[in-house]
Design a protein around this ligand. Structure first.
Ligand SMILES: [Fe+2]
Ligand SMILES: [Fe+2]
Length: 307
């Protein structure tokens, strides 16, 4: 009881819970699930853009894209390390991902059809990730909050590189401009879905807010993202594929149209355009890397014998 009161006091005072502190089982489980899902998203998220590394239109674009995709691998690693501070086992998490028992962000189940998709992913997908992740820098679990500070700095570079890429294409030929518009049309709605189901249907939100794991609801963050993106789209010269977007002076926010939640649930449940391919690639990469894990384990065992 004392331990529980102390936990509640620390959380309510906006201080951090650290790995050795007592925490309720549900808090630990919620965090492992959320951070693992986040880590899986970073790692699976390397695939759609990785698809364009070998076909980038210039050496400069290739170097930028390589650096960006590599950053995502780093994000995945910090986050898996954060789950380990909660007692999770990384091998177990990877198995759960490959067997479909843990999820990753459904946005990465859409295909990248042209190089403009690289720009739009940076602008919208990394942009949505920033809206989601900036508040996580103040989340109640210390290792997660600290990992997010660095992750967010890199995400903001990702967003700017995407926007700069699109700006360049929008100064180009009509065909290039059409490619950008087409990519925006395909990615806009899935980006809005990245914030998760509407608050009324979000089963985890309430408890996570009490524990200060989450600091804003899905709908609040989605609104913030729409408000941020509308002027950026105008400046870029693209049209967001939603005729209902309009400034609402009374609310002080942009109104927007209804999201197709059937599509969202279909993709979440495994029936998106690329779900099977993403998991199959991950499974193969994991198997191909088995020798590295075996060698590392053998080396560690040998060092222990010598010591
Ligand atoms: Fe990332
Ligand atoms: Fe990113």
């Amino acid at each position: 009881m004392d331990l529980e009161r102390e936990f509640e006091r620390v959380v309510a005072a906006d201080h951090r819970i650290e790995p050795r502190d007592w925490m309720p089982d549900g808090y630990r489980k919620t965090l492992i699930r959320q951070i693992a899902q986040h880590a899986h998203s970073e790692i699976i998220g390397m695939q759609p853009e990785g698809n364009w590394i070998s076909r980038a239109p210039s050496l400069r674009r290739k170097a930028i894209l390589l650096a960006k995709v590599q950053d995502e691998a780093g994000h995945g690693l910090y986050l898996y390390a954060a789950t380990e501070t909660l007692g999770a086992d990384r091998e177990d998490l990877t198995t759960k991902l490959i067997e479909g028992r843990q999820k990753y962000s459904s946005i990465f189940n859409y295909p990248t059809l042209t190089f403009a998709d690289v720009g739009v992913i940076g602008w919208l997908v990394d942009g949505a990730a920033i809206c989601n992740q900036v508040p996580l820098c103040r989340t109640s679990y210390g290792p997660y909050a600290r990992a997010m500070i660095r992750v967010c700095k890199e995400e903001s570079f990702h967003q700017r590189q995407g926007y700069e890429l699109l700006m360049t294409m929008m100064r180009g030929t009509d065909a290039q401009k059409a490619m950008v518009q087409d990519a925006v049309n395909r990615w806009w709605w899935p980006s809005l879905m990245m914030f998760g189901p509407p608050d009324a249907e979000s089963s985890n939100t309430e408890q996570s807010m009490v524990w200060r794991i989450k600091r804003h609801t899905n709908d609040e963050l989605r609104q913030r993202f729409v408000d941020m993106s509308v002027p950026q789209a105008e400046k870029l010269g693209v049209t967001l594929p939603d005729p209902k977007i309009a400034w609402n002076a009374e609310r002080g926010h942009h109104d927007f149209g209804d999201i197709d939640w059937d599509e969202f649930w279909q993709v979440v449940k495994g029936d998106g355009p690329c779900n099977a391919e993403r998991i199959e690639n991950r499974r193969k990469a994991h198997e191909d890397g088995a020798w590295v894990r075996e060698a590392a384990a053998a080396y560690a065992a040998k060092k222990e014998r010598v010591a």
